[in-house]
Design a protein around this ligand. Structure first.
Ligand SMILES: Nc1ncnc2c1ncn2[C@@H]1O[C@H](COP(=O)(O)OP(=O)(O)OP(=O)(O)O)[C@@H](O)[C@H]1O
Ligand SMILES: [Mg+2]
Length: 450
């Protein structure tokens, strides 16, 4: 399809000559003699670009441009100006014109400008598409009242810059909620940076948070940005804040209060421009009482509290989530789409899901791989979800070779491996962790049902 150009000018000689040049070059060309006509044409024919004369009787070019921007904000508009009319050119830029062509018109300049504008529009459309995809990917599945309420809270909180504290049990979707808030914030194009507060070694904490200059300490062979600096303009997500060491809490608080920080070994004061979101599965009020968490930091973070409900309180969401996860798995494999039987769905809907959505997701992935055929019945659901289940339903290594997706195969093997080892250690997670060279935290994260 050829790009369609709308030419708007009250002089028919300009329209005729532009039409001639552009149709010779393969464009589809349409025209309008005034602003009103132009708006009607845009609505009816949706051109890809508009060439708009600034001086026209009635509604002039600038007013027409403003109306066009209201109707079609992404449609590129190139203004045609009389020689030397700088002031109107400035006005037009403010109102969203893409570029200018000065009379007398030069053919080369027209072609270059149109091609730039069309490329720009293509990029913009791609950006919009990618953002929409990102929002869909991070969207919170569920129609239960609890999830609808959560959704309302997310929408209300997203556009402000106030700090948010997300609470909820393991695997409820706290990180997903944080990403959704970022997508709907005023800074979706800016970075979303995560600090896992439970995992940073005490020794590296300053450098990790605030960065360092070259030579600040022995290992500092080059300048390094910290997470606060990386998140500049965007969102900083303090994950598992309840596990943050008390000394680190003081450092973060100081930075938040002064809204400034310095790289280690650097004299320059950097200004903080981040939207803060923190999350925890702990009850911070209790942690404050126990002396594990600073009350002043809690108040700074808990400006807008958002609680993510456990899965067992989202009645009716399990079937929807199962379907979403099967869809995702289906995209990674060439097998036909699978489903759970109604009986199996009912069984899972009743379960108490201590590991919440993550546990359900793990189970669905496991069933997808282990069960042949497109309908997964109640007899395929293993313990502890199915008290009536008896046989030893585990995956054989050879089955892994029938999988095409490396990531999936790796994950499946890992889950089965951990499951076997925990069995061999008779459910003792500490002993298992020691035996396989991992941590209880890691095992629990992978296998929330343990
Ligand atoms: N409503 C939902 N729809 C689809 N997938 C979800 C939903 N909620 C969570 N998930 C998926 O469940 C998993 C766990 O979510 P997430 O990591 O956001 O939880 P969390 O609360 O941060 O967990 P943890 O407390 O263990 O850190 C992720 O794989 C996520 O994609
Ligand atoms: Mg998390």
């Amino acid at each position: 399809m050829y790009p369609a150009v709308l030419i708007v000018d009250d002089e028919s000689t300009i329209i005729d000559s532009l039409e001639g040049i552009l149709s010779d070059d393969g464009f589809e060309v349409m025209h309008a003699y005034n602003g009103y006509e132009a708006l009607k044409k845009i609505e009816a024919e949706s051109p890809d670009i508009v060439l708009l004369d600034i001086w026209m009787p009635g509604m002039d070019g600038i007013d027409t441009l403003k109306e066009i921007k209201k109707m079609a904000p992404n449609l590129p508009v190139v203004m045609i100006t009389g020689h030397g009319s700088i002031e109107s050119a400035v006005d037009a830029t403010k109102s969203g014109a893409f570029d200018f062509l000065e009379k007398p018109l030069s053919i080369d300049k027209i072609m270059v400008t149109i091609s730039n504008a069309l490329n720009f529009r293509k990029l913009e459309e791609e950006n919009i598409y990618l953002r929409k995809k990102a929002i869909e990917k991070n969207s919170i599945t569920g129609t239960s009242i609890a999830v609808q309420k959560l959704y309302g809270e997310i929408m209300a909180a997203s556009p402000s810059d106030a700090s948010i504290l997300i609470t909820g049990e393991n695997g409820t979707g706290k990180e997903m909620v944080a990403r959704t808030i970022h997508q709907f914030s005023t800074r979706p194009e800016e970075p979303f940076i995560i600090i896992n507060c439970a995992a940073i070694p005490e020794k590296n904490i300053d450098s990790e948070l605030f960065g360092h200059e070259k030579g600040a300490f022995d290992e500092a062979t080059s300048k390094n940005k910290g997470k606060f600096e990386m998140a500049s303009g965007g969102t900083l997500f303090l994950d598992e804040i309840g596990d943050m060491n008390i000394n680190t809490q003081a450092k973060i608080l100081r930075a938040l209060e002064s809204k400034t920080f310095q790289r280690i070994g650097g004299g320059r004061t950097l200004h903080m421009d981040v939207r803060l979101i923190a999350s925890t599965n702990k009850n911070l009020e209790q942690e404050i009482e126990k002396g594990n968490f600073r009350q002043d930091l809690f108040f700074r973070l808990n400006v807008i509290p958002i609680h993510v409900p456990p899965l067992r309180e989202r009645k009716g969401d399990v079937p929807l989530l199962v379907d979403t996860f099967f869809d995702k798995m289906g995209l990674q494999s060439s097998d036909p789409k699978k489903n759970l039987s109604q009986e199996a769905l009912d069984l899972l809907d009743q379960y108490h899901w201590q590991g919440n959505v993550r546990e359900l997701k793990n189970l669905v992935e496991r069933l997808y791989i282990m069960v042949e055929g497109d309908i997964i019945g109640i007899q395929d659901i293993p313990q502890p979800y199915n008290p009536g289940f008896t046989s030893e339903n585990s995956i054989e290594p050879i089955q892994l070779f029938t999988m095409d997706n490396l990531e999936l195969a790796r994950k499946t093997f890992e889950l089965e491996f951990i499951r076997k080892k925990v069995d061999q250690e008779k459910g003792d997670l500490k002993a298992t962790a020691k035996r396989i060279g991992s941590s209880v935290h890691y095992i629990k994260k992978r296998m929330p049902s343990f």
